[in-house]
Design a protein around this ligand. Sequence first.
Ligand code: IPM
Ligand code: MG
Length: 370
Amino acid sequence: MAKFNIAVIPGDGIGPEVTESTIEVLKAVSKRSGHEFSFSEVMAGGIAIDTCGEPLPESSLTVAKESDAVLLGAVGGPKWDDLPGKSRPEAALLGLRKELALYANLRLAILFPELKSASPLRPDIVENGVDILIVRELTGGIYFGKRGLAPSDECLPDGTPKGLEAFDVETYSEAEIERILRVGFTSAMQRRKHVTVVDKANILETSRLWRKVTERVAPDYPEVAYEFMYVDNASMQLLRRPSSMDVIVTSNMFGDILSDEAGMITGSIGMLPSASLGTPGTPGMYEPVHGSAPDIAGKGIANPLATILSAALMLRYSLGLPEEGAKIEQAVRDVLSAGYRTADIVLNGETNILGTKEVTEKVIEAYEKL
Ligand code: IPM
Ligand code: MG
């Protein structure tokens, strides 16, 4: 029986509620599987700013680095919105991604059959379901490139002084592109064997390098069909024919934007898990795609299912317990099939509305029956 150290970063808003639920689920996994989980809770985000004066204290980072996997709730909220970039709660996320070298972000957008009518798209567009894996590069590109802000001494053509001028640079190397492409193609092998590389190669030099590297790497995966798609077209095709998308591989910024769009297609951002992975053997980080939802924080009504599904990914990718991960996913589906809903995913006429704790209990009950 193995023993695993899990660093838990509840964060802000509904983060503490959804991580608490997920710990309960993981305790049930431990009880049943015999594997031991120890949880070390640390601070990051707004709460760390308020308590320690910085979004990502060194001590939190150390615990995360020494863990087998990190479970994160959410960070941020209106309280800290006026702080400058490096002092904001979001800086904790970027710091964790960079320091743990989590270059591959896997975001699933699955339209659960039980929640089909929650999709804002027409029923005929989603009748075959939606199951998209977005593989987003997470430690490069414009998020981590050179940036600056300085007064300009130039004018617009009409003579208006430019005033302040800012820049953010997008940089990608062949090696960074190759490793994320390999994550995408490898994932596609276990799915429907189709990769869409999303870029803006009609404009950006970085995108043209992405295409060149793709042409070199793709032959290593002869079973996988691939296509290139401009990001503007991809954002349209996601709405037109989402069922035809399998794996999307893309840059940090495009992945950020398209994953929100893909999430919305499923009608319930409260259901979507994510995994951020580095090289094998280093801790991965698992978090829901949704944010800290400060408007509903502390009310006991937050949907914990995205975090619970993120823990399922943790079992699969970081703890080597894929069967238990699959059972957790099945348990979530069983709870939905039985008609249980949290307030965010309730459909017209449904009355079985549960709070955070109650729906967690249902998931644990369903898991124990499997
Ligand atoms: C996300 C978020 C973050 C990002 C923010 C909070 C820094 O939008 O994880 O998608 O842009 O990566
Ligand atoms: Mg985002």
